[in-house]
Write a protein that binds this ligand. Sequence first.
Ligand code: AMP
Ligand code: MN
Ligand code: MN
Ligand code: MN
Length: 286
Amino acid sequence: MSKIDLHCHTLYSDGALAPAELLMRAHNQQVDVLAITDHDTVDAISEIIALQSAEKRELHIIPGVEISTAWHGFDIHILGLNVHWQDAQFTQRLAQQQSTRLQRAEEMAEKLEKAGCEGIFETAQKLAGKGQITRAHFARALIASGKVSHFQQAFKQYLAKGKRAFVKPNWISVIEAVQWITDAGGTAVLAHPSRYDLSAKWLRRLMLEFKEAGGEGIEVMYPGLSPSLKNQLAMYAKEYGFYGSMGSDFHAPGRWCELGRHLSMPEHVIPVWDAWSETTKMQVNA
Ligand code: AMP
Ligand code: MN
Ligand code: MN
Ligand code: MN
């Protein structure tokens, strides 16, 4: 049985590891199939594929992305799996999201200054380096400045929806994200459906709209899911005719999350790799 992980981050967004470090870790964890899904960028992918081609142990890389979208005031994350990451139109479209990110960061910086947190933006930019700047970088910068003592506190006091430094993001819509992914030959998957604080009624509304837009899958397995939630997600996949996806959403080495750990497709859910070419499927099932 292959060890499959279809969701993780590198330092091209808010992940802690460089492509080479992430790849080494995936090999050490005996991962066989790994999708790279940074926030709004595919910048890590060429590098990681090139590195893998020089490795002895086989590991199949799935090019992916995690696109931020705005839906009725919620930040909804749509994974694009198995995308043509070098597609010119696709990379141009992602560049649009990247400028939205930078613009939001600048507005957050202003709000933080007003709240008495100076120089946070500069630190966050340094931490982000050549990667996409995210609220996770602002959180780390707030910790470094001593304004907060831990990550969640940064969100609770400043960065979360409705807090002092929150800026309503201008992300694209769910429908656009699905279009971008589909145009780039990829499979659109609704990321971590239970992490949006949506009631069952609103989650159903989201899944319906996502499905009608051409969304093909939902994540049914990721860290922190209770058995009952796991059942619920499997039921939704069956009910709406979604493929199931699974991923660690790995950001950094730590106690709670590891590449490829504790991931298995619930019974009777059709795995997302069934949507892919015979060659890809063969590599996944090898
Ligand atoms: P952004 O996409 O820039 O809004 O950044 C959001 C990222 O911050 C997520 O992808 C998570 O990795 C991280 N994060 C961690 N804790 C929280 C939280 N409580 N609320 C929102 N984002 C969080
Ligand atoms: Mn993240
Ligand atoms: Mn996410
Ligand atoms: Mn993620």
